[in-house]
Design a protein around this ligand. Structure first.
Ligand code: GUN
Length: 289
């Protein structure tokens, strides 16, 4: 069994991007600038956004964090998005999800200018991705594809079962993995899928992305398969200083011995999700200069 070290790969890619930024600076081009909007004080979202901003600083990007109270109106937020759309110094920006209930997420996503939508959530970017055209692709699917490539895990003709059909992970990942060049045969399973266990047992590559801690057990996994765990549920813990820890969708201890490759939580897919955002921002900056 080989443990897929997402942390190490993410660090390597960060160094590659940092080198590109050094070259950009040397040539006197504009430094890539990512802005992030955070609404409210959800602990998980605050932590993710803080990490994203820290990543930017580490690799030499400019970053701006706009943090608002959770009682701001939808119109206020739309106005902030408008300002970022029209700010020539900002190459790309994200609005951290989830948003408070009184704000309609799709309305917000639709308001982001597609050329600055470095999360790849806007319908224009999703549509382009489906057609295989150049587009910003959402960070988690991009990170998973990168991990498979860097570990040279064969995907051609393989049966890839994805558990979860979210707009952020399962659905875009299913499109990417079936595209020419990757050539997987993809099944998307979800909460209404029957015979789930039998389906999982057919998977050469099993991707667990439904956000249910410990859902995938050893009896659902074929010997020699590849297991990618996208779960990141925060649960209270006495083992950590913060008082919580991240738990994946896979029962790691019992599943790992059956796998050829597996991603741990934390340190697997998680660190890679931040890399996609940096790559997209670099791309946005390049296409604007
Ligand atoms: N919430 C969970 N993942 C993401 C992400 O990749 N981008 C944004 N904007 N919000 C998220």
């Amino acid at each position: 069994m080989i443990l897929i070290d997402g942390k190490a790969i993410a660090e390597q890619i960060k160094q590659e991007i940092a080198e590109e930024v050094r070259q950009i600076k040397l040539k006197g081009y504009k430094i890539p600038h990512l802005a992030a909007i955070l609404v409210g004080n959800d602990g998980g979202s605050l932590s993710y956004v803080t990490h994203k901003v820290k990543d930017c600083e580490e690799i030499g990007f400019k970053s701006t964090l706009l943090h608002f109270e959770d009682n701001i109106s939808q119109n206020f937020l739309l106005n902030e998005i408008d300002k970022l759309n029209n700010n020539p110094d900002v190459d790309g920006f994200i609005v951290q999800l989830p948003l408070p209930k009184h704000i309609d997420e799709q309305t917000i996503i639709n308001a982001i200018q597609p050329s600055k939508d470095v999360d790849g959530f806007h319908p224009v970017n999703v549509g382009k991705m489906v057609l295989g055209l150049p587009a910003f692709i959402s960070a988690t699917p991009l990170g998973i594809v990168e991990l498979l490539k860097r570990y040279r895990i064969p995907t051609q003709g393989k049966h890839i079962v994805i558990l979860g059909r979210s707009n952020i992970v399962g659905r875009p990942l299913s499109i990417l993995l079936s595209q020419k060049g990757i050539d997987g045969t993809v099944t998307v399973a979800h909460s209404k899928t029957t015979n789930l266990k039998e389906l999982c047992l057919q998977a050469d590559i099993l991707v667990a992305a439904m956000g249910q801690p410990g859902f995938v057990t050893a009896d659902m996994v074929k010997h020699g398969s590849v297991v990618i765990d996208v779960g990141t549920t925060r649960v209270p813990s006495t083992e950590t200083k913060s008082g919580w820890k991240l738990v994946g969708d896979v029962q790691f201890d019992e599943v790992a011995p059956k796998c050829s490759y597996i991603t741990p939580v934390p340190g697997g897919v998680g660190p890679m999700t931040r890399i996609g955002l940096l790559k997209n921002t670099l791309q946005a900056a390049k296409s604007r200069s």
